[in-house]
Design a protein around this ligand. Sequence first.
Ligand code: ATP
Ligand code: CA
Ligand code: CA
Length: 456
Amino acid sequence: RVLVGTRVDQNHANFVMAYNMLTGIRFTVSRCNAKVDRDLVDSDFQTSQKFSFDVTGNELTPSAKYDFKFKDYAPWVFRHLRRIFKIDPADYLMSLTSKYILSELGSPGKSGSFFYFSRDYKYIIKTIHHAEHKFLRKILKDYYEHVQDNPNTLLSQFYGLHRMKMPYGRKTHFVVMNNLFPPHRDIHRTFDLKGSTIGRDFREEDLKNNPRATLKDLNWLRRDLHLEFGPTKMKNFAEQIKRDVALLQKLKIMDYSLLVGIHDLGVGNEENIRNKTLQVFQPGGESPDHDPQQTQGLQQQGSDPSQRGSASLQRVPSMLTRTPSKMETARKAKELRQIIKNQKPIPMDQTVSKMPEEVLESKKGFYFYQDDGGFRATHEDDRPGEEIYYLGIIDCLTHYNMIKRTEHFWKGLSNPKSQISAIPPEPYGDRFARFISGITKTREAADAEKLAESTN
Ligand code: ATP
Ligand code: CA
Ligand code: CA
């Protein structure tokens, strides 16, 4: 199994930033969880709390010279959200502990956001723009109520909203959310579908260099693919899409997409997953470079130039360029190395072998993640099919006002209106839902259509 992302180790340009983000999450989440649970009140949706930390991750008095500042937003709301999404608090902290360094997906989109996977691959940290951050705070109550009414929502599951700032650095806003893709299964094809055709094409010839690239609407249509659901799953899927899209329309959100990862059971996993699933980095113990077992997976990752994120790794998006100077960062990294050295190592084998079951445990009970963390294809008689889909609606924090008005204007000049991706939220949602319902078909129905076409 080829690993996704680049390990953020001590030599990585964003090591200090990633380490601080994890330290802040750990501190604020344990702080809130330590309190006796209570019902939410209206003010919980607006509250935020600021903390200053020294380099060891200890909280400082506000006036002291700080190493980084951390702001935690609506801690009680996210605590409740995590419970609705059945995230075990101890497990959450374990996955995001700073003793384990994350892996970085660089900046896969145009937006300049960075993506970090927790080391067990369950969670994603996405840096977001200030406008998206403000917007999430504004809609948090609507989102919360929607999730309460729709625990099986296909929308991104948000587990935390935070801000981190280093001296001389810019404020970095980020969310913690679910990784739709499983740690224990190969994803053979990935699609990001918006229901638009303009500019929604990944150059097929570039697939040679980048076999794991995320493909788009036109690539999907060209392959004549379908989400193959029998009557029961199709009905429930369509119903949830309808409800989720209705919320997005109401909140004037657009530019979101359906992310679909396909695992073909006939192909299976490339290799024994247990050995290679994880991006293992054990700061307290041996350096990965000296551990043959650990480096095996990492070398494989490093030697694959096609990998998502690897090319863009060194490109630091503009929103992060005002991070501290190189010297500052180097000094800080050195200090952190020292601290990490003194931390007790965690026995690796144990955690590694526990991982896949744990993942399934946390997704249990969620309709669209019921089949090995995903949603398995079914036939006309609801018999299980040959593929597992890992899917969800992602990138749903773009309010129509943000950037789209200008884009709409420019693209509108040369393209037919309904085809461009930047149309207002109502038609955007309608088109999105229509597209998805159009590609949801049983294999039997799709085959019958093909047959009819060929005989015509
Ligand atoms: P843009 O605004 O240019 O579309 P972005 O930076 O907002 O980009 P997203 O659209 O959120 O980024 O995601 C980019 C890619 O990252 C997706 O196509 C997908 O491959 C991966 N990704 C995003 N969210 C998830 C998730 N929850 N689980 C798995 N993969 C994800
Ligand atoms: Ca996107
Ligand atoms: Ca985006």
